[in-house]
Design a protein around this ligand. Structure first.
Ligand SMILES: NC(=O)C1=CN([C@@H]2O[C@H](COP(=O)(O)OP(=O)(O)OC[C@H]3O[C@@H](n4cnc5c(N)ncnc54)[C@H](OP(=O)(O)O)[C@@H]3O)[C@@H](O)[C@H]2O)C=CC1
Ligand SMILES: CC(C)(CO)C(=O)C(=O)O
Length: 351
């Protein structure tokens, strides 16, 4: 199957044209792929289809006119929908997009978390493809996206095995990033990103850049304990997380040396040191957008899975509590949060 098959009948829909969707929409359009970006932010839609969508930052700078619509303006059915809304907006987006997905079409999740279960429940498992996304971007203003740094982009079927369609989807997305790969088992990467993401949620308790917090020796007991807990829940779910972009799950497992974890955290810090995006999307939701984060959808799911296996995930629960306190303006974002959290984790671990 050729990548062009996905847009032989209708443009590729990019549902949610913010940081991730906007980057993909602009750069696919720039490569000559027919795309249509769908977003609820009318000003952003209008700017992107008239003056163009501007991509800023160290990776690429361009202004690309992108065909765009609000959900209400959209007509017709499409074979490929790249879904890039925040996890908590997935259900609403699915309700809107269902009528626009062709019978043999697919929804590809370009999201963090385990939204594929929800997507499959709505459009059917046979029309769902999973993604693991780690490039960094920010929605800056209507018609303006910052592309901070390149990062892993992997696609896979819900069931193990490489299919022609997922191979063709990866080929399609190589027009966005040439290193995009189709993998025979996506779940180790999805869980790898959840463990990685737990560290990003933790760094968002502070105002410092990700690279600074990840490299700070005082925070490391917290990062190691947190990642180890998430990896433990993945084990219970029958998945052995895999790493990318400096994150090495094996280095956080019980029995691994402190030096191995330190090396992995140093490499993660290095990944962001020269990025145009110095702070995570979680930090941006809290500090700039001043809105709820994806913590319940992403970290909450880890707690729910642990509980369904008869155990718990206490450090993740404490992380969620602290993020909620910042969301509700009951806690300031400060380095002291990480220092205090690391000390608490060490105290719980003490015999
Ligand atoms: N940003 C990043 O660097 C990375 C993000 N991710 C993940 O990618 C996913 C997308 O995140 P990101 O791009 O940052 O998010 P953004 O908020 O930047 O973009 C999402 C866009 O979708 C819009 N939207 C919300 N609901 C709908 C809807 N029903 N239909 C159409 N559009 C809608 C949003 O509008 P509004 O703002 O009004 O809600 C927003 O414009 C998340 O799961 C995130 O964790 C993964 C790796 C890196
Ligand atoms: C930091 C990043 C971009 C991963 O590289 C991310 O996942 C986020 O901001 O949510």
């Amino acid at each position: 199957m050729a990548a062009s098959q996905w847009y032989a009948h209708s443009p590729i829909l990019i549902w949610g044209g913010g940081a991730i969707g906007g980057c993909v929409a602009a750069l696919l359009a720039r490569a000559g792929v027919p795309v249509k970006m769908v977003d609820i932010v009318a000003d952003h839609v209008q700017a992107s289809r008239t003056g163009g969508l501007r991509i800023e930052g160290p990776v690429v700078q361009c202004t690309q006119r992108v065909d765009a619509a609000t959900p209400a303006e959209l007509r017709g059915r499409h074979d490929c929908i790249l879904l890039a809304v925040k996890a908590q907006h997935t259900r609403a987006a699915l309700t809107q997009l269902l009528a626009h997905l062709s019978d043999d079409g697919v929804v590809v999740s370009l999201q963090n978390g385990l939204n594929e279960t929800l997507i499959a429940g709505s459009v059917g498992a046979h029309r769902t493809v999973a993604g693991c996304v780690n490039f960094a971007a920010d929605y800056l203003a209507p018609g303006r996206i910052g592309y901070g740094n390149r990062g892993a982009l992997k696609l896979g079927e819900l069931r193990p095995g490489l299919t022609p369609r997922v191979t063709a989807l990866a080929e399609l997305l190589r027009a966005f990033d040439g290193d995009t790969t189709a993998v025979p088992d996506i779940w180790p990467f999805k869980w790898g990103k959840l463990a990685y993401g737990s560290l990003l949620f933790a760094t968002a308790l502070a105002n410092e850049p990700m690279s600074e917090s990840l490299a700070d020796p005082q925070h490391r007991p917290l990062f190691v304990a947190l990642a180890r807990e998430v990896i433990g829940v993945a084990d219970l779910a029958g998945v052995q997380p895999l790493g990318f972009d400096g994150f090495d799950p094996a280095a956080f497992r019980a029995g691994a040396s402190a030096a191995a974890a330190a090396h992995s955290l140093d490499r993660m810090a290095q990944h962001y040191r020269h990025s145009g995006k110095q702070r995570s999307g979680v930090w941006r939701d809290l500090a700039v957008r001043q809105r709820r984060t994806e913590v319940d959808s992403q970290m909450g799911e880890i707690v729910r899975i642990a509980q369904s296996r008869g155990t718990n995930a206490p450090i993740t629960e404490q992380l969620i509590r602290r993020v909620h306190e910042i969301e509700e303006r009951r806690r300031d974002m400060a380095r002291a949060n990480l220092v205090e959290f690391a000390a608490a984790v060490q105290a719980w671990a003490a015999p």
